[in-house]
Design a protein around this ligand. Structure first.
Ligand code: UT7
Length: 340
Protein backbone atom coordinates (compact mmCIF):
# COMPACT_ATOMS: atom_id res chain seq x y z
CA UNK A 1 0.00 0.00 0.00
CA UNK A 2 1.40 3.39 -0.99
CA UNK A 3 2.01 5.81 1.86
CA UNK A 4 1.43 9.58 1.79
CA UNK A 5 4.27 11.43 3.42
CA UNK A 6 5.01 15.10 4.01
CA UNK A 7 8.28 15.56 2.14
CA UNK A 8 8.44 19.32 2.37
CA UNK A 9 6.65 22.20 4.05
CA UNK A 10 7.02 25.98 4.09
CA UNK A 11 5.16 29.16 4.92
CA UNK A 12 5.29 32.79 3.92
CA UNK A 13 3.63 35.87 5.37
CA UNK A 14 3.78 39.51 4.22
CA UNK A 15 6.34 41.62 6.12
CA UNK A 16 3.87 44.27 7.22
CA UNK A 17 2.84 43.69 10.87
CA UNK A 18 -0.48 45.20 11.99
CA UNK A 19 -0.89 45.38 15.76
CA UNK A 20 -4.11 45.66 17.74
CA UNK A 21 -3.10 49.22 18.52
CA UNK A 22 -2.83 49.97 14.78
CA UNK A 23 -6.41 48.74 14.31
CA UNK A 24 -7.66 50.89 17.20
CA UNK A 25 -6.68 53.91 15.06
CA UNK A 26 -9.03 52.77 12.28
CA UNK A 27 -12.09 51.73 14.32
CA UNK A 28 -13.52 51.79 17.82
CA UNK A 29 -11.71 48.87 19.35
CA UNK A 30 -8.96 48.38 21.89
CA UNK A 31 -5.97 46.15 22.58
CA UNK A 32 -7.67 44.49 25.59
CA UNK A 33 -10.86 43.49 23.72
CA UNK A 34 -8.99 41.86 20.85
CA UNK A 35 -6.42 40.14 23.07
CA UNK A 36 -8.91 38.83 25.62
CA UNK A 37 -11.58 37.66 23.16
CA UNK A 38 -9.34 36.19 20.48
CA UNK A 39 -5.75 35.87 21.77
CA UNK A 40 -4.54 37.79 18.70
CA UNK A 41 -1.77 40.34 19.29
CA UNK A 42 -0.85 41.09 15.70
CA UNK A 43 -1.46 39.91 12.16
CA UNK A 44 0.12 40.48 8.74
CA UNK A 45 -1.50 42.59 6.03
CA UNK A 46 0.15 43.19 2.70
CA UNK A 47 1.65 46.68 2.71
CA UNK A 48 -0.78 48.17 0.26
CA UNK A 49 -4.28 46.73 0.61
CA UNK A 50 -4.96 47.30 -3.07
CA UNK A 51 -1.66 45.90 -4.30
CA UNK A 52 -1.92 43.76 -7.41
CA UNK A 53 1.51 42.12 -7.01
CA UNK A 54 1.43 40.54 -3.56
CA UNK A 55 -1.63 38.42 -4.26
CA UNK A 56 -2.95 35.20 -2.76
CA UNK A 57 -1.33 33.16 -5.56
CA UNK A 58 1.95 35.01 -4.97
CA UNK A 59 1.95 34.17 -1.24
CA UNK A 60 1.19 30.56 -2.18
CA UNK A 61 4.10 30.67 -4.63
CA UNK A 62 6.55 31.89 -1.96
CA UNK A 63 5.41 29.20 0.50
CA UNK A 64 5.59 26.54 -2.25
CA UNK A 65 9.20 27.46 -3.09
CA UNK A 66 10.14 26.74 0.54
CA UNK A 67 8.23 23.45 0.59
CA UNK A 68 9.92 22.35 -2.66
CA UNK A 69 13.32 23.29 -1.28
CA UNK A 70 12.79 21.19 1.84
CA UNK A 71 11.51 18.28 -0.28
CA UNK A 72 14.57 18.67 -2.55
CA UNK A 73 12.27 18.70 -5.56
CA UNK A 74 11.70 21.22 -8.34
CA UNK A 75 8.53 22.43 -10.03
CA UNK A 76 8.85 19.81 -12.78
CA UNK A 77 8.64 17.04 -10.17
CA UNK A 78 5.18 18.20 -9.06
CA UNK A 79 2.39 16.33 -10.83
CA UNK A 80 -0.66 17.98 -9.26
CA UNK A 81 -1.59 21.19 -7.41
CA UNK A 82 -4.39 21.64 -4.89
CA UNK A 83 -4.92 25.25 -3.83
CA UNK A 84 -7.24 26.11 -0.94
CA UNK A 85 -8.36 29.72 -0.56
CA UNK A 86 -11.43 31.88 -0.03
CA UNK A 87 -9.66 34.98 -1.36
CA UNK A 88 -8.54 34.08 -4.90
CA UNK A 89 -6.79 36.58 -7.17
CA UNK A 90 -9.68 36.37 -9.65
CA UNK A 91 -13.31 35.39 -9.23
CA UNK A 92 -12.30 32.82 -11.83
CA UNK A 93 -9.98 31.13 -12.74
CA UNK A 94 -8.76 29.86 -9.40
CA UNK A 95 -5.31 30.29 -7.87
CA UNK A 96 -4.14 26.77 -8.75
CA UNK A 97 -3.50 27.62 -12.40
CA UNK A 98 -1.77 30.88 -11.43
CA UNK A 99 0.57 28.95 -9.17
CA UNK A 100 1.22 26.39 -11.93
CA UNK A 101 2.40 29.26 -14.15
CA UNK A 102 4.40 31.09 -11.44
CA UNK A 103 6.30 27.94 -10.50
CA UNK A 104 6.84 26.82 -14.11
CA UNK A 105 5.26 23.40 -13.58
CA UNK A 106 4.36 21.20 -16.54
CA UNK A 107 0.73 21.38 -17.73
CA UNK A 108 -0.37 19.44 -14.66
CA UNK A 109 -3.82 19.47 -13.07
CA UNK A 110 -4.54 22.38 -10.74
CA UNK A 111 -7.55 22.06 -8.45
CA UNK A 112 -9.02 24.85 -6.33
CA UNK A 113 -10.70 24.04 -3.03
CA UNK A 114 -13.33 26.44 -1.61
CA UNK A 115 -13.86 25.25 1.91
CA UNK A 116 -12.67 28.30 3.81
CA UNK A 117 -11.17 27.50 7.24
CA UNK A 118 -11.41 23.77 6.52
CA UNK A 119 -9.86 24.24 3.07
CA UNK A 120 -6.43 22.87 3.91
CA UNK A 121 -7.84 19.78 5.65
CA UNK A 122 -10.09 19.12 2.66
CA UNK A 123 -7.16 19.68 0.27
CA UNK A 124 -4.90 17.26 2.17
CA UNK A 125 -7.68 14.65 2.17
CA UNK A 126 -8.02 14.90 -1.61
CA UNK A 127 -4.23 14.78 -2.09
CA UNK A 128 -4.04 11.69 0.13
CA UNK A 129 -6.67 9.92 -2.00
CA UNK A 130 -4.73 10.66 -5.20
CA UNK A 131 -1.47 9.39 -3.66
CA UNK A 132 -3.04 6.27 -2.15
CA UNK A 133 -4.68 5.41 -5.49
CA UNK A 134 -1.27 5.76 -7.21
CA UNK A 135 -2.64 8.54 -9.44
CA UNK A 136 0.03 11.13 -8.55
CA UNK A 137 3.42 11.00 -6.80
CA UNK A 138 4.19 14.55 -5.65
CA UNK A 139 1.29 16.88 -4.92
CA UNK A 140 1.66 20.49 -3.88
CA UNK A 141 -1.04 21.32 -1.32
CA UNK A 142 -1.37 25.03 -0.62
CA UNK A 143 -3.47 27.17 1.72
CA UNK A 144 -3.16 30.92 1.11
CA UNK A 145 -5.17 34.05 1.81
CA UNK A 146 -5.12 37.80 1.37
CA UNK A 147 -7.90 38.98 3.65
CA UNK A 148 -6.77 42.55 4.13
CA UNK A 149 -8.15 43.83 0.80
CA UNK A 150 -11.70 42.74 1.59
CA UNK A 151 -12.39 43.63 5.22
CA UNK A 152 -14.62 46.35 6.62
CA UNK A 153 -12.31 48.48 8.77
CA UNK A 154 -15.15 50.71 9.99
CA UNK A 155 -16.84 50.18 13.40
CA UNK A 156 -19.51 48.13 11.67
CA UNK A 157 -17.00 45.46 10.64
CA UNK A 158 -14.87 45.39 13.80
CA UNK A 159 -16.16 42.00 15.01
CA UNK A 160 -14.73 40.39 11.87
CA UNK A 161 -11.88 42.57 10.62
CA UNK A 162 -9.74 42.39 13.79
CA UNK A 163 -9.55 38.61 13.43
CA UNK A 164 -8.32 37.92 9.92
CA UNK A 165 -4.79 38.11 8.52
CA UNK A 166 -2.83 37.36 5.34
CA UNK A 167 -0.45 34.43 4.84
CA UNK A 168 0.29 31.13 3.13
CA UNK A 169 1.53 27.64 3.83
CA UNK A 170 2.40 24.78 1.47
CA UNK A 171 3.11 21.08 1.75
CA UNK A 172 4.62 18.63 -0.73
CA UNK A 173 2.72 15.39 -0.15
CA UNK A 174 4.56 12.49 -1.77
CA UNK A 175 4.11 8.80 -2.42
CA UNK A 176 6.36 6.49 -0.40
CA UNK A 177 6.79 2.74 -0.02
CA UNK A 178 6.08 0.56 3.02
CA UNK A 179 9.65 0.87 4.30
CA UNK A 180 9.45 4.67 4.64
CA UNK A 181 8.25 6.07 7.97
CA UNK A 182 5.27 8.44 7.99
CA UNK A 183 1.79 8.23 6.47
CA UNK A 184 -1.66 9.78 6.56
CA UNK A 185 -3.60 7.42 8.82
CA UNK A 186 -7.13 8.82 8.62
CA UNK A 187 -9.14 11.73 7.28
CA UNK A 188 -12.69 12.97 7.73
CA UNK A 189 -14.66 15.84 6.23
CA UNK A 190 -18.09 17.22 7.13
CA UNK A 191 -20.51 19.96 6.11
CA UNK A 192 -23.78 21.54 7.22
CA UNK A 193 -24.89 23.96 4.52
CA UNK A 194 -27.95 25.19 6.38
CA UNK A 195 -25.57 27.50 8.23
CA UNK A 196 -23.99 29.01 5.08
CA UNK A 197 -25.29 32.49 5.91
CA UNK A 198 -23.82 32.50 9.43
CA UNK A 199 -20.32 33.16 8.09
CA UNK A 200 -20.03 34.27 4.49
CA UNK A 201 -19.20 36.88 1.89
CA UNK A 202 -22.11 37.24 -0.51
CA UNK A 203 -20.56 39.13 -3.46
CA UNK A 204 -19.72 38.16 -6.11
CA UNK A 205 -22.40 35.49 -6.13
CA UNK A 206 -25.10 34.36 -8.55
CA UNK A 207 -27.71 34.76 -5.83
CA UNK A 208 -27.22 38.51 -5.53
CA UNK A 209 -27.35 39.94 -9.06
CA UNK A 210 -23.73 40.84 -8.81
CA UNK A 211 -22.50 42.71 -11.89
CA UNK A 212 -25.88 44.17 -12.90
CA UNK A 213 -26.36 45.63 -9.44
CA UNK A 214 -22.79 46.83 -9.07
CA UNK A 215 -23.04 48.72 -12.36
CA UNK A 216 -26.65 49.85 -12.37
CA UNK A 217 -27.32 50.56 -8.71
CA UNK A 218 -24.06 50.55 -6.73
CA UNK A 219 -25.66 52.73 -4.06
CA UNK A 220 -28.08 49.88 -3.21
CA UNK A 221 -25.34 47.32 -2.71
CA UNK A 222 -25.01 46.96 1.04
CA UNK A 223 -21.87 46.55 3.14
CA UNK A 224 -23.26 43.25 4.45
CA UNK A 225 -23.18 41.91 0.88
CA UNK A 226 -19.70 43.10 0.02
CA UNK A 227 -17.85 42.37 3.28
CA UNK A 228 -17.57 39.11 5.22
CA UNK A 229 -20.27 38.72 7.86
CA UNK A 230 -20.09 36.41 10.85
CA UNK A 231 -22.49 35.46 13.62
CA UNK A 232 -19.54 35.15 16.00
CA UNK A 233 -21.22 33.58 19.04
CA UNK A 234 -23.09 31.07 16.91
CA UNK A 235 -19.95 30.03 15.03
CA UNK A 236 -18.04 29.78 18.31
CA UNK A 237 -20.62 27.41 19.85
CA UNK A 238 -20.64 25.10 16.84
CA UNK A 239 -16.84 25.12 16.62
CA UNK A 240 -16.33 23.91 20.19
CA UNK A 241 -18.76 21.03 19.55
CA UNK A 242 -17.49 19.97 16.13
CA UNK A 243 -13.78 20.10 16.95
CA UNK A 244 -13.94 17.31 19.57
CA UNK A 245 -16.20 15.23 17.28
CA UNK A 246 -13.89 15.34 14.28
CA UNK A 247 -10.79 14.79 16.44
CA UNK A 248 -12.28 11.71 18.09
CA UNK A 249 -13.45 10.37 14.73
CA UNK A 250 -9.95 10.74 13.25
CA UNK A 251 -8.31 8.93 16.16
CA UNK A 252 -10.93 6.15 16.34
CA UNK A 253 -10.68 5.44 12.60
CA UNK A 254 -6.93 4.89 12.97
CA UNK A 255 -7.22 2.89 16.20
CA UNK A 256 -5.39 5.63 18.15
CA UNK A 257 -6.18 7.49 21.36
CA UNK A 258 -5.57 11.03 22.61
CA UNK A 259 -2.69 9.63 24.67
CA UNK A 260 -0.98 8.44 21.48
CA UNK A 261 -1.04 11.94 20.03
CA UNK A 262 2.21 13.95 19.99
CA UNK A 263 0.84 17.19 18.57
CA UNK A 264 -2.54 18.76 17.82
CA UNK A 265 -2.72 21.68 15.40
CA UNK A 266 -6.15 23.29 15.35
CA UNK A 267 -7.22 25.78 12.72
CA UNK A 268 -6.26 29.12 14.26
CA UNK A 269 -9.73 30.68 14.55
CA UNK A 270 -9.65 32.01 18.09
CA UNK A 271 -7.29 31.13 20.95
CA UNK A 272 -10.30 30.67 23.25
CA UNK A 273 -11.73 28.00 20.93
CA UNK A 274 -8.37 26.17 20.86
CA UNK A 275 -8.04 26.36 24.66
CA UNK A 276 -11.61 25.16 25.19
CA UNK A 277 -11.01 22.17 22.91
CA UNK A 278 -7.65 21.47 24.53
CA UNK A 279 -9.29 21.35 27.96
CA UNK A 280 -12.24 19.26 26.81
CA UNK A 281 -9.92 16.69 25.19
CA UNK A 282 -7.50 16.69 28.14
CA UNK A 283 -4.50 17.71 26.04
CA UNK A 284 -1.40 18.91 27.91
CA UNK A 285 0.07 22.29 26.93
CA UNK A 286 3.04 20.77 25.07
CA UNK A 287 0.73 18.79 22.74
CA UNK A 288 -1.04 21.74 21.14
CA UNK A 289 0.50 24.36 18.87
CA UNK A 290 -1.00 27.84 18.49
CA UNK A 291 0.38 30.86 16.67
CA UNK A 292 -2.78 32.92 16.19
CA UNK A 293 -1.15 35.47 18.51
CA UNK A 294 1.20 36.45 15.65
CA UNK A 295 -0.87 35.93 12.51
CA UNK A 296 -4.56 36.13 13.41
CA UNK A 297 -6.94 33.83 11.57
CA UNK A 298 -5.57 33.12 8.09
CA UNK A 299 -8.38 30.64 7.24
CA UNK A 300 -7.08 28.04 4.73
CA UNK A 301 -3.48 29.07 5.47
CA UNK A 302 -3.62 28.79 9.25
CA UNK A 303 -2.95 25.05 9.60
CA UNK A 304 -0.04 24.82 7.12
CA UNK A 305 1.56 27.96 8.62
CA UNK A 306 1.26 26.50 12.14
CA UNK A 307 2.46 23.07 11.02
CA UNK A 308 5.43 24.62 9.25
CA UNK A 309 6.41 26.69 12.31
CA UNK A 310 5.95 23.75 14.70
CA UNK A 311 8.28 21.64 12.54
CA UNK A 312 10.79 24.50 12.19
CA UNK A 313 10.82 24.93 15.98
CA UNK A 314 11.49 21.21 16.49
CA UNK A 315 8.12 20.66 18.19
CA UNK A 316 7.22 17.94 15.67
CA UNK A 317 9.78 15.29 14.78
CA UNK A 318 9.76 12.47 12.24
CA UNK A 319 7.62 9.61 13.54
CA UNK A 320 5.35 11.85 15.67
CA UNK A 321 1.58 11.39 15.52
CA UNK A 322 0.01 14.71 14.49
CA UNK A 323 -3.65 15.74 14.23
CA UNK A 324 -4.88 18.67 12.12
CA UNK A 325 -8.49 19.77 12.67
CA UNK A 326 -10.54 22.65 11.34
CA UNK A 327 -13.97 24.21 11.57
CA UNK A 328 -15.37 27.15 9.66
CA UNK A 329 -17.69 28.72 7.12
CA UNK A 330 -20.09 26.39 5.35
CA UNK A 331 -20.26 25.13 8.00
CA UNK A 332 -17.46 22.70 7.19
CA UNK A 333 -15.14 20.80 9.47
CA UNK A 334 -12.74 17.87 9.36
CA UNK A 335 -9.40 16.36 10.35
CA UNK A 336 -6.25 14.77 9.02
CA UNK A 337 -4.33 12.38 11.30
CA UNK A 338 -0.80 11.54 10.19
CA UNK A 339 2.52 10.17 11.24
CA UNK A 340 5.19 12.73 10.30
O1 UT7 B 1 -12.32 30.77 11.36
C1 UT7 B 1 -13.65 30.57 11.01
C2 UT7 B 1 -14.48 30.32 12.17
N1 UT7 B 1 -14.59 31.53 12.97
C3 UT7 B 1 -14.62 31.41 14.27
O2 UT7 B 1 -14.47 30.33 14.77
C4 UT7 B 1 -14.90 32.64 15.08
C5 UT7 B 1 -15.83 32.31 16.21
N2 UT7 B 1 -16.25 33.47 16.99
C6 UT7 B 1 -15.42 34.21 17.73
O3 UT7 B 1 -14.22 33.99 17.72
C7 UT7 B 1 -16.01 35.25 18.62
O4 UT7 B 1 -17.41 35.15 18.60
C8 UT7 B 1 -15.57 36.69 18.24
C9 UT7 B 1 -14.12 36.92 18.61
C10 UT7 B 1 -15.79 36.95 16.79
C11 UT7 B 1 -16.40 37.72 19.02
O5 UT7 B 1 -16.25 37.50 20.40
P1 UT7 B 1 -17.52 37.42 21.34
O6 UT7 B 1 -17.03 37.22 22.70
O7 UT7 B 1 -18.45 36.38 20.77
O8 UT7 B 1 -18.10 38.87 21.22
P2 UT7 B 1 -19.55 39.35 20.72
O9 UT7 B 1 -19.64 39.19 19.24
O10 UT7 B 1 -20.60 38.72 21.56
O11 UT7 B 1 -19.49 40.88 21.04
C12 UT7 B 1 -19.44 41.35 22.40
C13 UT7 B 1 -19.36 42.86 22.39
C14 UT7 B 1 -20.43 43.52 21.53
O12 UT7 B 1 -20.85 44.71 22.21
P3 UT7 B 1 -22.22 44.71 23.05
O13 UT7 B 1 -23.28 44.37 22.06
O14 UT7 B 1 -22.04 43.67 24.11
O15 UT7 B 1 -22.26 46.11 23.57
C15 UT7 B 1 -19.70 43.90 20.29
O16 UT7 B 1 -20.26 45.01 19.63
O17 UT7 B 1 -18.11 43.28 21.87
C16 UT7 B 1 -18.33 44.25 20.82
N3 UT7 B 1 -17.28 44.12 19.83
C17 UT7 B 1 -16.10 44.77 19.92
N4 UT7 B 1 -15.62 45.64 20.83
C18 UT7 B 1 -14.38 46.10 20.65
C19 UT7 B 1 -17.26 43.34 18.72
N5 UT7 B 1 -16.07 43.49 18.08
C20 UT7 B 1 -15.34 44.36 18.81
C21 UT7 B 1 -14.04 44.90 18.66
N6 UT7 B 1 -13.60 45.77 19.61
N7 UT7 B 1 -13.23 44.56 17.65
Amino acid sequence: MTKSIIKGIGHYVPENVVTNDDLSKLMTTNVEWITERTGIKERRHRKNRNDSEETTAYLGFKASQKALEMAQLNAKNIDYIIFATLSPDYYFPGCGVLLQEMLGCDTIGALDVRNQCSGFVYAMSVANAFIKSNTYKNILVVGAEIHSFGLDFSDQGRGVSVIFGDGAGAVVLSAADEATSGDILSVNMHSEGKYADELCTKFPGSKFGWSDRMRAEPENVTDAEVYPIMNGNFVFKHAVTRFPETMTEALNKAGKTMEDLDMFIPHQANLRIAQFVQQKMGLPEEKIFNNIQKYGNTTAASIPIALSEAIQQGKIKRGDLVLLSAFGSGFTWGSVLFEY
